[in-house]
Design a protein around this ligand. Structure first.
Ligand code: F0G
Length: 471
């Protein structure tokens, strides 16, 4: 993956390409499909890319979650799994990695991110309390609501504007947060929920200055600050690139400093940490840890495995170390940018600045003739699949779900289709194919007709909802 990005990736002069800090040892064949096959597969899947069989997909950009390639070291680590029910040696290796790279004292492993979200929400939210956060994430908000919490979006306004070029569109608007504290009282705030980077905003980062200021504000009011550290590594990269004073600091140093301003964190290790399954929750407070350790045995498994096999914890411990290497993050984000620059050449509308894990196409700008009730982002994901077998996902009105009070749709400002790049999986040639398919769909944009929802599940509807094309 070389190309024009050598300029934006920090090289000074002349053409000096960069490449991945790994080579390929094992390959997995892909199946190419014909247009008629895809038409049938898409109709069978109710025009929802989550319901496609992966065998019918050519390049899978549904998610970067659990889809990364593990290294030879991680696979070797899988053979060192200590599958004892209690006190597995792999748990202690994982604990060491969390303490070293994230800096928290006490670790609770979970089967994946939402397992951790469930536990922290149950332990730290009292019914009726508010949970301010920098934009919602689907599973995060749902667990907060199921625990009786009321989510309040306190992200900066720029985050809702796909064209705004601010460098840290994931920041919390401190004035919005202070207003909430004034209106509701600090005792009615469960904690501040800070995502690093903000998935639904397009993978936008939070600055170190913002988390520092947030810490001070929380301290003044006696409020706890917890991180969703799922993509902290990518956030650290943006701080290194954009924030004065951090250019010479390593990703690992930046990540550790970032965590030092918080009281704890949860993470889906299926992203940054390069594993196919796993998550964790880590805190500094012993009393809270005791409560979490109590809950984990009810919902996940014993506190030294939390729903994971010993081998999974070993792969995670190794993945954490690999994920914090500067060269790794540089090539990971470099590949996302390579795709972005191809799309830019053709003026494809997308969220800017481009985030760490994905390109978010602006479906409103693709299909100005469709209202949000006609699901433009869902339509765009369907059209992309039909064109080339590339699988993307909706991040718009379907993902936003319904307001639990009114029952009506949430209508998010951002109506996006996400091309999510798995780590260490696809090549530059795959990115070229993706870009050309997006271009073809963009050129055919005026003929898109939109969708209607014909089946809607109760929770996280985007996963299982079914649609039909509008006539
Ligand atoms: N937090 C963030 C920011 C996430 O992106 C996700 C998952 C989770 C928590 C939940 O973790 O899936 O391990 O239970 N995001 C995936 C995605 C599903 O495609 O963006 P999980």
């Amino acid at each position: 993956m070389s190309g024009k990005i050598h300029q934006t990736m920090g090289q000074q002069s002349g053409r000096r390409s960069w490449a991945e800090p790994w080579k390929i040892k094992m390959v997995e064949p892909l199946r190419m499909t014909q247009h008629e096959d895809r038409q049938k597969a898409l109709a069978d899947a109710g025009y929802n890319t989550f319901l496609l069989r992966s065998d019918d997909v050519y390049i899978d950009l549904l998610t970067d979650s659990g889809t990364s390639a593990m290294s030879d070291r991680q696979w070797a680590g899988m053979m060192l799994g200590d599958e004892a029910y209690a006190g597995s040696r792999n748990f202690y290796r994982l604990e060491e990695a969390i303490q070293k790279y994230y800096g928290y004292r006490y670790l609770v492993p979970t089967h994946q991110g939402r397992g951790a979200e469930h536990l922290i929400s149950q332990a730290a939210i009292r019914k009726g309390q508010f949970v301010p956060g920098n934009m919602y994430f689907t599973t995060t908000r749902l667990h907060q609501e199921l625990a009786g919490g009321i989510f309040v979006d306190v992200i900066v306004d720029e985050a809702h504007d796909p064209a705004d070029l601010s460098p840290f569109k994931g920041n919390v608007d401190l004035a919005k947060l202070e207003q909430l504290i004034r209106d509701q009282g600090a005792a009615n705030i469960a904690y501040v929920s800070l995502a690093t980077t903000v998935n639904m905003a397009g993978g936008q980062p939070v600055s170190m200055a913002n988390v520092k200021a947030l810490r001070e504000l929380c301290d003044r009011h006696g409020i706890k600050l917890f991180l969703d550290a799922t993509r902290l590594v990518e956030n650290a990269w943006f701080i290194q690139e954009r924030e004065p004073g951090y250019a010479g600091r390593s990703i690992a140093e930046i990540a550790l400093e970032f965590c030092s301003y918080s009281d704890g964190a949860w993470s889906s290790a299926k992203k940054d940490s390069l594993v196919n399954i796993g998550g964790w929750l880590a805190v500094n407070d012993w009393t809270l840890f005791e409560e979490l350790r109590n809950l984990v045995v009810v919902y996940e498994g014993l506190h030294t495995y939390g729903g994971l096999a010993g081998r999974d914890m070993e792969a995670m411990a190794i993945g954490i170390v690999e994920s914090m290497q500067d060269e790794h993050v540089r090539s990971r984000i470099g590949q996302v940018r390579y795709l972005a620059e191809l799309l830019d050449d053709w003026r494809i509308p997308m969220v800017r600045p481009v985030g760490g894990h994905a390109i978010f196409l602006d479906a409103r700008a693709f299909y100005p003739h469709l209202s949000q009730d006609e699901f433009p982002a869902q339509t765009l994901a369907a059209e992309l699949y039909l064109d080339s077998g590339i699988r993307s996902m909706e991040r718009g009105v379907v993902s936003a779900g319904r307001d639990p009070k009114t029952g009506g749709h949430h209508y998010p400002k951002l109506e996006l289709t996400r091309l999510t790049i798995p780590r260490r999986v696809y090549t530059q040639a795959h990115m070229d194919v993706v870009a050309e398919s997006v271009k073809a769909v963009y050129e055919a944009r005026t003929s898109a007709r939109g969708l209607k929802m014909v089946y809607e599940p109760r929770y996280l509807r985007f996963f299982q909802a079914r649609f039909e094309p509008l006539a």
